[in-house]
Each structure stands twice: as structure tokens, then as C-alpha cells.
Design a protein around this ligand. Structure first.
Ligand code: CTP
Length: 436
């Protein structure tokens, strides 16, 4: 039933040179070892969609770990093997990664007993997967290189934009797939196919997600929060009744408008030239929780094993976003240094939230200017004060803080004025340290 299409030209066009090379090399190594190897899953989907995907998953009919070792040898990469599962990761020095799995069962049980033993092997592997669009493979062997293996109509579902499971018990066996269905649906602007949608609804009704470990749930949830269209995905989780399993105790409608616009705010911040934060998922997590009470937020952070720093950022936002927002919205009588001081109570991951909550143009502009000012640190520092002959003490921090504020409020405009300001400050406050 294989589709018969050969997509090697498309592969050449879509894959980066390295990915292409690895796929060719994997085929050569498999031939040498007497195995067969396939690229399977997301990478095939993304080749057909002409979308870049760096994750290569290989399925081997033969010893997957041996193939991984040979592949690693060819590139000076490391292998992390999981012998129990017959899987391995090939880890390149620069962080690039290839996953290798062994398609075992039939291969070992019926060697050469079946006419198409190899295909039935990879078929078995593909059949255990989540959706038709993720259950295709590409043959990497010799003259078959580039043959598309599509037993379940994945290519057609890709063309029609449908998320479809392979069997009725899919969500019961692996409830995480409920979140994955939403993620792929919204990422590509697809629809969950109608029979599959019924299965989603039934699985939700049976509360299958309640028995999934917090670790697995978080892993998939974090994937969602890192997606460009995370806002829409969260909305869809709500529509389908999945939200309460992910954000227990958090009322969706209270955060709905913010989640809807958060992506836009993140983009705007980037357009304004602010560096992206290291953990963009935390921006969504913070926005999703900002309306809840601290106990609920803290218990969710614990449940998902956020570390101390991350939890601190969530709780700092909860405690401070309202006063920060109301200060920012004051039309006059508020000093820039005061606004800046308030803003510093929030982690950068809360900036998209604040920007989203500011609903007037002049407020957004004020926020932008403030962020620009915050980036420009005064040029005078502790060393400068020391060189003036002062002994290090609390007065240093007070002086530097004072010049920082003066700079924000426009009282000093350049290094010369900063220096004069600091000298004047120190003269006036000399000898006060003992009272600190
Ligand atoms: N898979 C599955 N069920 C899951 C998780 C994964 O069937 N619960 C299968 C799918 O076939 C998927 C493959 O494993 O294509 C790889 O999973 P993963 O790397 O999580 O997803 P990708 O499809 O590569 O998607 P992404 O682009 O988000 O990495």
C-alpha cells in the first residue's frame, strides 16, 4: 500500500545540506551493515510541508544502536544509547541531534519468513504513532532513496489540513496526544477531523488526562507555550475542555484577552529591538497565571517543577503587575525614575504581559521609552568613586542609585554631568555611612 511517490527532490530542496548529507550517509551505513533505515515522523511531515525541521528521527530495521554508532563515527559525534529500548541519540558537538530507533518485533521474530518483512516492520513502528500526518516515513536505502511510505493517508490529510488518529484507542492509550492534536492543528491552521474530534471529546469526558504524570503533561504543555501560536492553542485547549487539566484552578476567561494578544506583544518588543528572553514559554505561563491567587500559582509551579528562579518570577509578577500598571497609566505627576523602579520589580518575562495590558498607544510608547532608558546604565561606577578616594561602603550604592535616578529623570545627560552629580552627592552625604 506504499504511496509510490518519490520525494527525494523535495528532500534535497527543503533539507539543509547537513540533514541531507546525514540521510544519505545513514542509507549507506545501513547497506554496509545489512540493515534498512528510514526517516520517520515529524521530519517527513515537514518536508512535505516545505517547512524546515532540524529533528531527524531514524527508524532502523536492524540494530538501531549499531547504526547510531557508525553514524556518529562518521561525524565525530557522541552516542547516548538506551539499550533497553534499542534507541540512541547521536549528539553532534554543536548540539545538533539525530534520534535513532530500532523497529524490532517482526525483524527478530520472523527473519525472512515474510515476503515484505522489512516494510511490515516499519509499518508496525508507524502504526503506533499519534496522527496520520506524523506516521509517514521516507526510505533511505539505495535505489529506494526518497520513496514515501504512507500507509495511512498522511499525505492526503496534510493536503486537506486534517489531524486524524490511526486507531480509536489512541487518546486513551496516550492522553498526551490530546494536547498534541491541538498543537499541530493550530500550528498549521488545520482542523481536527470529525471522527477524531469525537474521540477527543470522549477522552476528555472520561478524564483520561487526570492519570497522566505531571512530568509528561508539562513536557507537552511547555512545547505549546513555546509555539508561535501558543495563544490560540491555549484557547483551543479551553474550548475542548482540556484547560482545567493543564491549569488546575486557573479561570480561563479571566486571562483570555491577554493570552490572545500576548504573541503580538512579544513580536512588538522584538521589533522595538529588545532582545528575546531565554525562556519565552515563561512569558505565556506568567500571563496565564497573572490573575490567579499566589497559592494556586505556587502550587502549579511546584507541580510542574519550575525552579526557584522561575517560580520567583511568576510570584513577583503576581505581586506587582497591578501597581506597576497603575503607575504607568498615571497621566502626570510621576517621575520616570519612579516608574523605572516599579518596573524593575517585574522580570523581563512579564514585559509582554504589561505591554498587552496597556491599551492606549501613548502608554505603549511610554513603556517602550522606559525600557530603552532602563537599558542605558550610567557610565560612572564603583571604580570611579573609589578613584575619587572614597572607601567602599553603603554610600557607593546610594550614590550610584542617585545618579541612576537623576539620569532617568533627565537631570544629568552625559558622563561629565554624571561625574559632577556623583561628586556633589558624595560631598553632601559624606560621613553619613555610619547612620545607615
Ligand atoms: N509521537 C507519538 N505520540 C506521542 C509523541 C510522539 O506518536 N505522544 C510520534 C509522532 O509520530 C511524532 C514523533 O513521535 O512525529 C516525534 O515526536 P516529537 O519529536 O514530539 O514531534 P514532532 O512530530 O517531531 O514535532 P515537532 O515539530 O513539534 O518537534
Amino acid at each position: 500500500p506504499a504511496a509510490g511517490a518519490n520525494i527525494s527532490e523535495l528532500m534535497h530542496q527543503v533539507l539543509g545540506p547537513r540533514e541531507w548529507e546525514i540521510m544519505c550517509r545513514a542509507g549507506e551505513i545501513a547497506a554496509r551493515l545489512g540493515y534498512r533505515v528510514f526517516a520517520a515522523g515529524g521530519v517527513v511531515r515537514d518536508i512535505l510541508l516545505k517547512a524546515g525541521n532540524l529533528d531527524i528521527d531514524l527508524v532502523v530495521e536492524g540494530d538501531g544502536i549499531a547504526l547510531a554508532e557508525a553514524l556518529a563515527g562518521a561525524y565525530g559525534a557522541q552516542v547516548r544509547a538506551h539499550r533497553k529500548f534499542g534507541t540512541a541519540e547521536v549528539l553532534f558537538p554543536d548540539g545538533f541531534k539525530v534520534d535513532v530507533a530500532t523497529a524490532r518485533v517482526e525483524f527478530y521474530e520472523y527473519p525472512a519468513a515474510l515476503p515484505r518483512v522489512e516494510s511490515s516492520c516499519v509499518r508496525h513502528d508507524l502504526y503506533r504513532r499519534d496522527f496520520t500526518i506524523n506516521a509517514m516515513a521516507v526510505d533511505l536505502n539505495g535505489e529506494h532513496f526518497g520513496d514515501l511510505i504512507d500507509f495511512f493517508g498522511g499525505r492526503q490529510d496534510l493536503q486537506q489540513g486534517l489531524i486524524r488518529v490511526l486507531y480509536n484507542l489512541s487518546f486513551i492509550e496516550d492522553p498526551i496526544r490530546l494536547l498534541r492534536a491541538v498543537r499541530f492543528e493550530q500550528r498549521y491552521g488545520f482542523k481536527i477531523e470529525s471522527q477524531t474530534l469525537k474521540l477527543v471529546q470522549e477522552a476528555v469526558r472520561r478524564e483520561v488526562l487526570a492519570r497522566v504524570s505531571a512530568e509528561r503533561l508539562w513536557e507537552e504543555l511547555k512545547h505549546i507555550l513555546m509555539e508561535e501560536r501558543a495563544g490560540r492553542m491555549l484557547e483551543r485547549l479551553h474550548q475542548l475542555g482540556i484547560w482545567p487539566f493543564a491549569f488546575h484552578g486557573v479561570t480561563y476567561w479571566e486571562v483570555q484577552p491577554v493570552l490572545h494578544d500576548l504573541g503580538e506583544s512579544m513580536q512588538l518588543l522584538e521589533e522595538w529591538g529588545f532582545p528575546p528572553v531565554n525562556e519565552p514559554w515563561l512569558c505565556y505561563f506568567i500571563a496565564a497565571l497573572h490573575w490567579t491567587d499566589p497559592e494556586t500559582a505556587r502550587s502549579l509551579c511546584e507541580r510542574y517543577h519550575l525552579n526557584k528562579r522561575q517560580t520567583g518570577k511568576v510570584l513577583a509578577t503576581l505581586a506587582n503587575w497591578r501597581p506597576v500598571l497603575s503607575r504607568l497609566c498615571l497621566r502626570d505627576g510621576v517621575r520616570t525614575s519612579e516608574l523605572a523602579r516599579a518596573l524593575l520589580l517585574l522580570p523581563p518575562e512579564a514585559h509582554p504581559l504589561i505591554l498587552t495590558l496597556l491599551d492606549e498607544e501613548w502608554l505603549k510608547e511610554r513603556f517602550r521609552q522606559l525600557l530603552v532608558l532602563l537599558r542605558e546604565k550610567p557610565t560612572v561606577d564603583g571604580t570611579y568613586i573609589k578613584n575619587l578616594g572614597y572607601r567602599p561602603g553603603p554610600i557607593f550604592r546610594r550614590a550610584l542609585d542617585a545618579v541612576w535616578r537623576a539620569r532617568l529623570d533627565g537631570l544629568v545627560k552625559n558622563t561629565e554631568e554624571e561625574k559632577a552629580f556623583v561628586q556633589e552627592f558624595l560631598r553632601r552625604h559624606q560621613g553619613e555611612d555610619s547612620h545607615d
